[in-house]
Design a protein around this ligand. Sequence first.
Ligand code: SF4
Length: 234
Amino acid sequence: MAIYDFYQIFGQIVFILGILLLSLLSITLILGRLLIKEDRLIFPKLLLFTIDVFYGLFKKFSENVGVDSKIVDQIGVEVRNKVNEKLFNKIKPQEKIMILPHCLRHSDCEAKLEASGLVCKNCNRCVIGVLKDKGESLGYTVFIIPGSTFLKKIIEKNKFKAVLGVACYQDLNLGMMKLSKFSCQGVPLSRDGCINTKVDSRAVLEKMGVKLEKTSPVPMDSSCSKESYNRKAL
Ligand code: SF4
């Protein structure tokens, strides 16, 4: 009888925890969609808690309710961008690093891969050179990396307080999770993949603190353009 009671209570506890978890995932999804569609940030700590603790489960839950699981990464990036924005802007560029993905490079790129990442030769063929040039002139330390193993090395070997990253939504969210003790800002790729990716360079330059006129000519994509980028325009 005692064992029967134990299983009954145990079953009830599991049932209640299941209901609570489903409620938490549903509320986070609703609030996350509100943030993405209407730019309204409500209970950011709750959103980050759900994403950080139940990342995989939350993705499966989104798929099961008919929402693309990419939204989980999108919510994570958007919340962190909003939460960190003020502090990020207060930190000097000399204490910031910028991390760019190597998939943005031109197909004829001749840069070599070294321990710190890709060593861009500033050949003016792709947006990496433009962003690196501008970032370094402001005081940023810039890394162009092929994967998250490089991110670990960068954290170990460099002193910095803030990070500006560019990557696909998933890598960006996971990277920002890893770097959560720093003040992070992220710009998602507008076209992701392994090669010929794109980024809105205006968005990256604005996050860097570059003031741009709406009409300023800015390189808007990345690696596929046959034209050289006009650095002087910045
Ligand atoms: S500017 Fe682009 S294509 Fe040229 S070396 Fe740098 S990363 Fe490679």
